[in-house]
Structures are given as C-alpha cells and as structure tokens.
Design a protein around this ligand. Structure first.
Ligand code: UTP
Length: 276
C-alpha cells in the first residue's frame, strides 16, 4: 500500500514577496499552523507515515518545524502553555521526515523527479501544500484518493470544476466518466487559455503517482514557461496506460495566491470559532 507522500516545496513563492524572502511559502500560517503541517496531517489521516520533502535554498525552517526544539520544550514544560505544542508533537511522533533539495527550480515535474531518491520504486502520493484542502464531511482528499487507488492501481489526479476564465492557472483535463466523478484522462493541457481548454476540470495539488512516472519525467522536455511540467508527463502516462481524474469531496483553497490565502484564513477562523 502507499506509505510515502512527496511534498514539492522548493518554489520561490514570488506572489508572497516580501514575506517569502526569508520564510518558505509552505511555512506561512493559516491561523497558527503552517500550510505544510496541514498537508502532513492530511497525509497521516490517509494512512501514510513517510513524508518526503523536496526543499531548496532558504527552506531550513521546514526541517526545524518537524523536529524537537529542546530549548522551547524545556521552557514550556509543565506550564499552562504546553498544550500549544500538542498537535505538532503528535505529528512528529506519527511519521518520519526525509529531505532532498531541488538544485534548480525547473518546474513541478522536475521537483517530483528530484524526490525520486526519497521515494524509490513504489507508488506514492504528492501534496502541494499551497493547495489547502478541508474535508467538509467524511475523509480528507488524499484519503478519498487512496480508496480509488486501491481499486484501479494507477496514477490519479484530483480535479475540481473551475470557472472557464481561470483555466490558464491550472492543468486542465478531458476524459470519459467511468464512474460518478471519476474520469479516464484522454487529454491534459497545462494552463490553456479558456478558448483552448479541453474542459473546465482543473488539476489541483493532490496526486497519486505510480513510479514509472520518474522515467517518463526524465524523458519529458520543458513545456509551458520553459518548465518540466508534470501535466506533460501525466499525459504520456495516460497514453501508455491509464490515468484517472478524481472529483473530490471537500473544499480547496489556493493559498499560493493572496486571495485564496485570505479566504482560507477566514474559513478556518470561522470554523474554529464554531467548534470552540
Ligand atoms: P507554484 O508555481 O504554485 O509555486 O508551484 P511557486 O513557484 O513557489 O509560486 P510563485 O508562482 O512563484 O508565487 C506549485 C508547487 O510546486 C512547488 C512549489 O513549491 C509549490 O508547492 N515547486 C514548483 C517546486 O518545488 N519546484 C519548482 O521548480 C516549481
């Protein structure tokens, strides 16, 4: 079964400058929790226990976050503030973390290939922590995708219907619906203009990938924006075998953009207040 989750977290986060000059985008907090921790918690909920993180220069805060801070532990132990550490302590206790660096930021496909050394020859999940997901009912998005994987044993991308005018911000798929909300991918285009988009079904930052994807990425030439695109590699994989698009249940916030980030903050703040 799938045990490993890859987190590409090497991007520059330019849309959040100057905040991301010295702080990784993935460490920006929604309320008190960094984006990446939400992602790790979603992976744990899906039954995964090995977190593989692709970082880059200036991203050391990520490693420090998923580690014990002895000084802090010592200061806070036995005080009324100790409960603030409960959640992160639990996360650290439930899984292992390993890291590698993407030396040059050549795109998401390239970031995933950089993670091969941590994944090896087994199927794995990918979470882009800047797509923050919340399960409004039932299981988390990754957990839902694992259920689909158990049945079909192939690569799966999470999809969401978006307004057609936004297609140029996403990878967009087209395919045949084989079950309610599940599509066999026939076409996949990275950031098409609305008039060129094959549908309004956008890929969001959750994937399950079979390990043959690594060889495919190695052979994939730079595409849109001169970057090595996972979308191009997945289309090749779809043509060779099968890739599924899965319409998940739940809410998704694009925390890579300021609007999405603010929306997520308001959503989680209100949810927190309601739940006390
Ligand atoms: P984005 O394009 O949203 O992230 O990539 P970015 O490049 O950091 O953001 P902007 O556009 O400059 O504001 C989606 C995810 O893929 C990772 C990013 O860290 C992010 O989690 N990524 C992207 C890499 O790890 N390496 C890359 O070369 C590109």
């Amino acid at each position: 079964m799938i045990k490993k989750c890859l987190f590409p977290a090497a991007g520059y986060g330019t849309r959040f400058l100057p905040a991301t000059k010295a702080i990784p985008k993935e460490m920006l907090p929604v309320l008190t929790k960094p984006l990446l921790q939400y992602g790790v918690e979603e992976a744990i909920e899906a039954g995964l226990n090995t977190m593989a993180i692709v970082t880059g220069r200036g991203k050391r805060a990520i490693e420090d976050h998923f580690d014990i801070s002895y000084e802090l532990e010592h200061q806070i132990k036995g005080t009324s503030k100790e409960h603030y550490l409960t959640e992160i302590r639990e996360v650290i206790g439930k899984c292992t973390f390993s890291y590698t660096r993407q030396i040059e930021m050549k795109g998401l496909g390239h970031a995933i290939l950089s993670g091969e050394t941590l994944i090896g020859n087994e199927p794995f999940a990918v979470i882009l922590a800047d797509d923050l997901c919340d399960n409004t009912q039932g299981n988390g998005v990754l957990s839902q995708m694992i259920e689909v994987y158990k049945k079909y044993q192939c690569s799966i991308v999470a999809i969401e219907e978006i307004p057609k005018e936004h297609t140029n911000k996403y990878g967009v798929i087209a395919g045949n619906e084989i079950e309610s909300g599940l599509f066999m991918v026939k076409d996949m285009v990275e950031k098409p203009e609305p008039q060129d988009a094959p549908s309004n079904m956008a890929i969001i930052g959750r994937y399950i990938l079979t390990p043959d994807i690594f060889d495919i990425i190695r052979q994939t030439k730079p595409g849109k924006g001169g970057e090595i695109q996972i979308t191009d590699a997945l289309l090749t994989q779809a043509k060779k075998g099968m890739v599924l698009g899965f319409k998940f249940q739940g809410k998704r916030f694009d925390c890579g953009s300021v609007d999405g980030f603010v929306e997520a903050t308001n959503y989680f703040y209100t949810k927190d207040k309601i739940n006390g």
